[in-house]
Design a binder for this molecule. Structure first.
Ligand SMILES: C[S@@+](CC[C@H](N)C(=O)[O-])C[C@H]1O[C@@H](n2cnc3c(N)ncnc32)[C@H](O)[C@@H]1O
Ligand code: SF4
Length: 367
């Protein structure tokens, strides 16, 4: 059975104004202690063989070259050569990628990069509180190609304050000129506690939807396969690690805030980086939450994740029995549609997926 390995690097140069991920700015002096804590957690991992690896954050590329080398050694010593993973992704932000870091990553065997751009428009990047501009992204992207990375994902966000349909399309077109193998395009979420939330920024849902529809049309016309709500790939470049999540596969997460899902049990490490380091130093478990998914909850979770993929899902007899009424309701309302023996999100359902997903998580209406 396949298993994924995720390693969380919770450091960022500056906190972006929309971001509520478990990441911290200005704490670089703790990276060494953090790597020591990761070493301990890696040694304790109940699983040692993985098929996919994802180093995400935060900003993994904020680590210095030497720190990246240390991280690579932690992975190799505990889980074997990185080139043995079917897919190994390293997440990077444009301003902190260097030729030296890219050479270390390539030499170590990483075969995929994910670069956060968010927008090709400098005014948007300023609004978002990003520390890079479009030119820095272009430079980082070209360095990555020159270093031999032939599988690159770029993240974009649609529905930004001040963004228009025209400026969004321009941003998308500039990115398409570079032909990245994979694109993740998210609709802006205003998360509680972020500066965007405090400022009272509200998303224009209609405009955002137009942008996401435009994304789908333009990318499909350029040969990208829309295979998950927010993800597009050139043929055979779909993200293996993420696909494994959507197929409800097992994974281990290392580091603060990282989640694991093994044998039906979901565990979550403390999101507090300082507490994570202290717990690992004292030989204590970093896990702060754990639950076993069983019965209807487990089936619902499997269904919800599978429906994220655009090719849909063939319901098992058990899923049919547990969720048949709900599925029928969404088929009637047009958020789901039949596709041979499968059901999948309709064009409308893609934008209202959460309305569908609500039916598959507790509290269930029939309880
Ligand atoms: C784990 S995050 C961080 C990746 C990397 N540190 C960066 O900022 O480029 C992965 C992606 O989630 C997306 N994201 C984060 N917060 C978001 C939000 N509030 N709304 C929409 N997309 C968001 C961004 O596209 C981001 O690149
Ligand atoms: S979006 Fe990325 S760089 Fe910005 S604060 Fe979040 S994790 Fe850090």
């Amino acid at each position: 059975m396949k298993t994924g390995l995720y390693i969380h690097i919770p450091f960022c140069k500056q906190k972006c104004r929309y971001c509520d991920f478990a990441s911290f700015a200005g704490r670089e002096q703790r990276i060494e202690e953090y790597l020591a804590a990761l070493t301990k957690e890696a040694q304790l991992s109940p699983i040692k063989q993985f098929q996919t690896l994802y180093v995400g954050g935060g900003t993994p590329s904020l680590l210095t070259t030497t720190q990246i080398q240390k991280l690579v050694e932690i992975i190799i010593r505990n889980f074997g050569p990185i080139r043995n993973f079917e897919e190994s992704t390293f997440e990077a932000n444009p301003e902190s990628l260097t030729e030296e870091k890219l050479a270390v990553l390539k030499q170590a065997g990483f075969n995929r990069l994910s670069i956060g751009l968010q927008s090709f428009n400098d005014a948007d990047l300023k609004t978002l509180g990003r520390v890079h501009n479009a030119a820095q992204f272009l430079h980082a992207y070209q360095m990555a190609r020159a270093a031999g990375f032939d599988n690159i994902n770029v993240d974009l966000i649609a529905g930004l304050p001040g963004q228009t349909l025209t400026s969004f399309e321009k941003s998308l077109q500039r990115l398409l000129d570079l032909k990245p193998e994979h694109l993740s395009v998210y609709g802006l979420q205003i998360e509680e506690g972020t500066p965007f939330f405090e400022q009272g920024i509200v998303c224009d849902q209609i405009l955002m939807r137009q942008m996401l529809e435009q994304t789908r049309d333009v990318l499909t016309a350029h040969g990208y396969h829309h295979y998950e709500i927010s993800n597009f790939a050139l043929p055979r470049c779909e993200a293996k690690h993420n696909t494994h999540y959507w197929e409800n596969g097992e994974y281990i997460g290392l580091g603060s805030s990282a989640a694991s899902y093994i044998k039906g049990v979901r565990r979550q490490n403390t999101p507090d980086m300082g507490v994570y380091i202290e717990r690992m130093e004292r030989g204590e478990s970093p896990v702060v939450f754990s639950e076993e998914l069983t019965g209807k909850e487990k089936e619902g979770e499997t269904l919800l994740l599978a429906l994220r993929k655009l090719d849909g899902v063939e319901l098992s007899a058990v899923q049919e029995q547990l969720f048949g009424t709900e599925i029928k309701k969404h088929l009637q309302s047009g958020l789901l549609e039949p596709d041979g023996k499968k059901v999948k999100l309709s064009k409308e359902g893609l934008f209202l997926a959460n309305e569908v997903f609500c039916s598959f998580v507790p509290p269930f209406e029939d309880l």
